[in-house]
Design a protein around this ligand. Structure first.
Ligand code: GDP
Length: 458
């Protein structure tokens, strides 16, 4: 990648009839001169950094006014990328913004790759890698808690934690390496202190790795399948859950066949409900229970709500569906229509294999649904999210785990009283892994992979 060229992209979402304002962003050495070529600011307006100009984007070839716009120039290094940045705030929708983009591309900009603005910000030292990744997380956030966690990352919470741990390791490494080279000139090493320091860092890393699972739940959400015989109340439960919080619910045809996916947020956790509702009794033996669709839902799910009808009780058909649930899946057996059966709602103590009920609800009245949600989140390990300060993403978690494992090997070498250089091999590996998290030691290939996950224009 040549990062001395000037890149451009539409930084806002592009949709017909939507978005009253759209932003075309340029970054690089030619940004200002391209802006001056294409933008006419009437009157005595002064081109200056961090000052907004009003005017028109004009096609210099024809003199045609393409859009009425505002221009914002941010001179290096006081910009997101630390390069000269020009933003054209033009009209939203589809056409005007794309014509403005086409003009800047025709006058010397290259179309930015996904995440390329953020990548330049990183390469120019404006952001460390954890902050850059947090930007991606913030944009992708589907719940308030996920957004808060991303903001903590953007504020450098994770970077500071990792850097502090890495520095502790570097201190110990310096002590050890000095001994490798100049042992006779130095006071004897306090091996117990080194071991204590490495152990403390290792524990801190292991705690971060354990917490990462919680962060993942907030970021990626849970996929929950609702399965059950026709008419047990799957659609009613779905509607009930969707109404429970003023959640944004979107129904999209599922990616897996015939599944309906609904997105909602429960207790801060984004949930994708995979719904086999709509399966109706047929004479076709295979389709009777919607086995194929249930299988698809089960295969895609982190957790399963198996619904049955309390007014008719547990049946062979219910058992047949129960047997489809893979071993080890998080499964909750939910009896619905407690109102019709004259039963109390809420968690139920197991009453034996004949009647495997765990929670009784009424999708019609909503009773028992709070308990159901609580049990579901608890089974999925999603209940300790409130205290979470920072959370590693998948890439960072792997590196932290690798660092912890390397420290474990260092500590083994220490316990076996091997020579210093046996301690330092793995210690150096741990330092490198932590450096990869923050981006201090990272290869271009890794960077490309990280930033490719971003959207265009970011
Ligand atoms: P699905 O085929 O599993 O999606 O079932 P539906 O949600 O369409 O519900 C089937 C029927 O059961 C409808 O007539 C619902 O009104 C009724 N139903 C659903 N939940 C309850 C409930 O909690 N109590 C009672 N009494 N009826 C319910």
């Amino acid at each position: 990648m040549d990062w001395h060229d000037t890149i451009a992209a539409i930084a806002t979402a592009v949709a017909p009839g939507l978005g009253s304002v759209a932003i075309v962003r340029m970054s690089g050495p030619a940004a200002e001169s391209i802006g001056r070529t294409l933008f006419r600011a009437p009157g005595q307006q002064v081109w200056d950094s961090h000052r907004v100009l009003y005017g028109h984007v004009v096609d210099p070839a024809s003199g045609e006014r393409v859009d009425e716009a505002l221009l914002l120039l941010m001179k290096a290094p006081r910009s997101f990328t630390r390069e000269d940045v020009v933003e054209l705030h033009c009209h939203g929708g589809l056409i005007a913004v794309q014509r403005v983009q086409a003009l800047v591309l025709a006058h010397g900009c290259r179309r930015a790759a996904a995440g390329e603005f953020s990548q330049r910000a990183f390469l120019n030292g404006r952001l460390d890698l954890t902050r850059a990744e947090a930007i991606g997380d913030l944009i992708a956030a589907r719940s308030q808690r996920a957004a808060q966690l991303a903001m903590a990352g953007l504020d450098g919470g994770l970077q500071r934690r990792i850097t502090a741990l890495r520095e502790q390791l570097l201190d110990q490494l310096a002590e050890l390496e000095a001994r490798v080279d100049f042992e006779e000139n130095l006071p004897p090493l306090d091996a117990a202190a080194v071991v204590a320091a490495l152990t403390a860092v290792r524990q801190a890393l292991e705690a971060l790795v354990a917490e990462a699972r919680q962060g993942e739940l907030l970021r990626d959400g849970l996929r929950v399948a609702i399965v059950g015989r026709p008419n047990v109340g799957k659609s009613s439960l779905l509607n009930r859950l969707s109404r429970r919080e003023r959640a944004i619910v979107t129904d999209t045809p599922g990616t897996t066949r015939d599944l309906l996916e609904s997105e909602l947020v429960l207790e801060g956790v984004p949930l994708t409900l995979l719904d086999t509702a709509g399966i109706r009794p047929t004479s076709d033996a295979v389709e009777r229970l919607g086995i194929a669709r249930s299988r698809a839902a089960l295969a895609a799910a982190d957790a399963v709500l198996l619904l049955f009808d309390l007014t008719t009780g547990w049946s062979d058909d219910d058992q047949e569906l129960r047997d489809l649930v893979p071993d080890g899946a998080v499964l909750l057996l939910v009896g619905n229509k407690a109102d019709g059966a004259g039963l109390a709602t809420g968690a139920v103590a197991p009453t034996g294999p004949g009647f495997p009920l765990e929670v009784a609800i009424s999708a019609r009245t909503g009773e028992g649904c709070d308990v159901l949600v609580e049990m579901l989140l608890q089974r999925c390990g999603a209940t300790e999210l409130q205290g979470l300060q920072v959370a590693l993403n998948g890439r960072q978690r792997e590196l932290a785990a690798a660092a912890a494992a390397a420290l474990g090997r260092s500590l083994e070498a220490a316990a076996a009283e091997l020579p210093w250089d046996f301690w330092t091999i793995d210690l150096r590996a741990a330092v490198r892994s932590l450096g990869e998290i923050t981006g201090e030691e990272v290869s271009e290939a890794v960077l490309d992979r990280v930033f490719a996950r971003f959207c265009i224009g970011k």
